[in-house]
Design a binder for this molecule. Sequence first.
Ligand SMILES: Nc1ncnc2c1ncn2[C@@H]1O[C@H](COP(=O)(O)OP(=O)(O)OP(=O)(O)O)[C@@H](O)[C@H]1O
Ligand SMILES: O=C(O)c1ccc[n+]([C@@H]2O[C@H](COP(=O)([O-])O)[C@@H](O)[C@H]2O)c1
Length: 206
Amino acid sequence: MQKSHTLLNNLRIGVLGGSFNPPHAGHRQISLQGMRLMRLDFVIWLVTPGNPQKNSRDYADLTTRMAAAQACAAHPRILISDFESRNGLTYTAETLDMLTSKYASTRFVWMMGADNLNSFHTWRDWQRIAATMPIAVFNRPGNRIAPLTSPAGHALARFRVPVARAATLPDCEAPAWTYFPGTLNRESSTRLRQTQPDWAQTAEKA
Ligand SMILES: Nc1ncnc2c1ncn2[C@@H]1O[C@H](COP(=O)(O)OP(=O)(O)OP(=O)(O)O)[C@@H](O)[C@H]1O
Ligand SMILES: O=C(O)c1ccc[n+]([C@@H]2O[C@H](COP(=O)([O-])O)[C@@H](O)[C@H]2O)c1
């Protein structure tokens, strides 16, 4: 009992926050890539009740996005969570504070696409986020160079851990981050909303 409890406490978990409106192959691909290269036990898709910088009236409801995420992930080590809505959270800084205080011995890594590193300096308390847990940034078409020279990329440059040492990232003291140039996935929720405008109704019926 004691042994399995200790094992649980030392899990390595990637946290991929997102709107998932709808979820897609790009989310799955970076989750599997992150899992493999950082030796993560699990990746949690943290389905946001609403990105504080987006208009949540444009979203499908949380239950629909969660169900679609479950169907899209279809992987025993990708977990879908409504942690933010259950705890009345929308800002990532607050979410990560609560996660790290609730699960003090879990090694968390915040995961995001390169487009979000470009705008990271506009997030509330972004420096506190960077000081809370290591960050994994995944390349995305159209974002090859800009993220590294973005205000946050620039400010955090000296804390960058080379991708060759990505397996150590979950063990690093924050701030620490790795940029994964890896396989690019062109999928986006924006494109899917255009090509499959009735995706939410389909997900609700499934
Ligand atoms: N194809 C992709 N490659 C790398 N990262 C991605 C990709 N798609 C999404 N992400 C990242 O996954 C996280 C959640 O993304 P989100 O749910 O907003 O999907 P999205 O495709 O970016 O949506 P939208 O097109 O509506 O902005 C974000 O950090 C985003 O950068
Ligand atoms: O906390 C913030 O200020 C903040 C600003 C923009 C985005 N976020 C979070 O970033 C994650 C990715 O958002 P999105 O909409 O690009 O999927 C999601 O968890 C959002 O809540 C957080």
